[in-house]
Design a binder for this molecule. Structure first.
Ligand code: PMT
Length: 405
């Protein structure tokens, strides 16, 4: 999603500097070019050799005698985004005051409009009124301040001051570098996760969907410049940056939310594993065992088919569905494509233990209503999501309207 984007990663001297290695790996995997720039103190926590190996670029720092006199200007101009992570309390104070006494602070002074900082420090240092005031002023200048989070700190205490995790920072970078959204940007609505149908106050009918595929699609859609809403059943995933999230439980609730957004939906992707049936009645009390009986009969009634309803609506958006199958993948997927009147269907083989439900991997083939077949292959759900969104944009013609963004 960050293909071709240039990220200047400034690293200051804090224990969280070690997390930069993982952040660089994730950035490179997403296609970004990374240039590390370190302060002298950062070198107590990471080495130039490691940074060079991970970025494939010579790290920039004050001790480099071969450095250009205008390196700070060149670096600031080169970058699409300058992220200082970790940003120590001292560094934040320098940003606020405009102090430029080393390569990184000088670069940031020149490239402040592209700047984001990820504070990391002991909670007392973070809560110090001086730091709080510095952060407030920095924010008021439009500089992005990402985090910190609460949790265990290197000093052995717990509290606010923990640097955001590399995956969270990656998400924020994605959002910061994604095309800007306007009221006219096309809107994409995605259902994700399982639905939950209550039997009584403590029991429910649900399935193994984790929401990972739907959330990966939401992240990819946002990165492609779409105003993205994910309508999700109960999952324990953070909301991708820049994505609107609506939480639901049952298929009926999911349907209501989908239909309420329909008039402004340009692309609909049904990735949720929606329960086809729900209990005919929900017992107000916990269902008790009946003495002398070994069986319990549940009467189920059909749930609305959300995607079919979307595809038959007057305001029909471009409609993409999923087929999770354990056998006859192609035949069953094509049948759903036709029966539900979809534009495209992603057939995923969920018979494999290492892919599909509740896994980071999937295996997808796309079939479209014109008879086209596109093999997206097997792999990471995020990579497959990006390929699928690209294909949806191509088939729907919405790519042509990227200038809306
Ligand atoms: O969440 P993960 O753990 O990452 O797993 C991802 C996934 C395997 C759940 C996902 O990739 C997937 O395949 N989702 C659809 C699963 C499914 O239940 O398919 P289905 O064959 O029952 O439904 C076909 C299509 O109709 C789907 O687009 C579904 O969202 C939609 N549907 C189904 C029933 C219903 N009542 N309403 C619907 O909208």
């Amino acid at each position: 999603m960050l293909k071709g984007k240039k990220v200047l990663l400034g690293i200051t001297g804090g224990i969280a500097a070690y997390k930069c290695c993982e952040l660089i790996r994730l950035l490179r995997k997403s296609g970004a070019e990374v240039q590390a720039m370190v302060t002298r103190h950062a070198l107590d926590f990471v080495t130039l050799t490691v940074l060079k190996a991970l970025t494939s670029n010579e790290p920039l720092w004050d001790g480099d005698s071969g450095r250009l006199p205008i390196e700070h200007i060149r670096a600031a101009e080169w970058a699409d985004l300058i992220l200082v992570a970790p940003a120590t309390g001292n560094f934040l104070a320098k940003v606020r005051a405009g102090i430029a006494d080393d390569l990184l602070s000088t670069t940031v002074l020149a490239g402040w409009q592209k700047l984001a900082v990820a504070p990391a420090m002991n909670s007392q240092m973070y809560l110090n009124p001086a730091t709080q005031e510095n952060i407030g002023v920095i924010r008021s200048r439009g500089i992005r301040v990402w985090g910190p989070a609460s949790g265990d700190l290197a000093c052995g205490t717990s509290g606010e001051g923990r640097m955001l995790e590399p995956k969270e920072l990656l998400d924020l970078i994605d959002d910061a570098l994604a095309p800007r959204l306007t009221e006219k940007s096309p809107r994409c609505v995605i259902t994700a996760g399982p639905t939950v149908e209550m039997l009584d106050p403590v029991r429910m009918l649900t399935n193994r969907s984790s929401g990972k595929m739907g959330f990966a699609l939401a992240r990819a859609a946002r990165a492609a410049g779409l105003r993205t809403t994910v309508i999700s059943g109960p999952v324990s995933l953070p909301t991708p940056a820049g994505v609107e999230r609506i939480n639901v439980q049952s298929a009926a609730e999911m349907r209501d939310q989908v239909l309420s957004l329909l008039p402004e939906t340009d692309i609909f992707i049904g990735c949720a594993a929606v329960a086809d049936f729900r209990p005919a009645t929900v017992s107000p009390q916990k269902i008790k065992k009946v003495k002398g009986t070994d069986e319990l009969t549940l009467t189920l009634v059909k749930n609305p088919d959300i995607i079919a309803e979307v595809a038959r609506s007057e305001q029909r958006p471009f409609t993409a569905g999923f087929a999770a199958e354990t056998e006859n993948l192609e035949a069953y997927a094509k049948r759903k494509l036709t029966e539900k009147n979809l534009d495209i269907i992603a057939a995923n083989d969920v018979s494999r233990k290492d892919s599909g439900f509740d896994s980071d991997k999937n295996s997808i083939t796309l079939y479209d209503r014109e008879g086209g077949k596109t093999e997206l292959g097997s792999g990471d759900k995020q990579e497959l999501a990006e390929r699928m969104v690209r294909e949806i944009l191509r088939l729907s013609g919405i790519t042509e309207h990227r200038s809306w963004c």
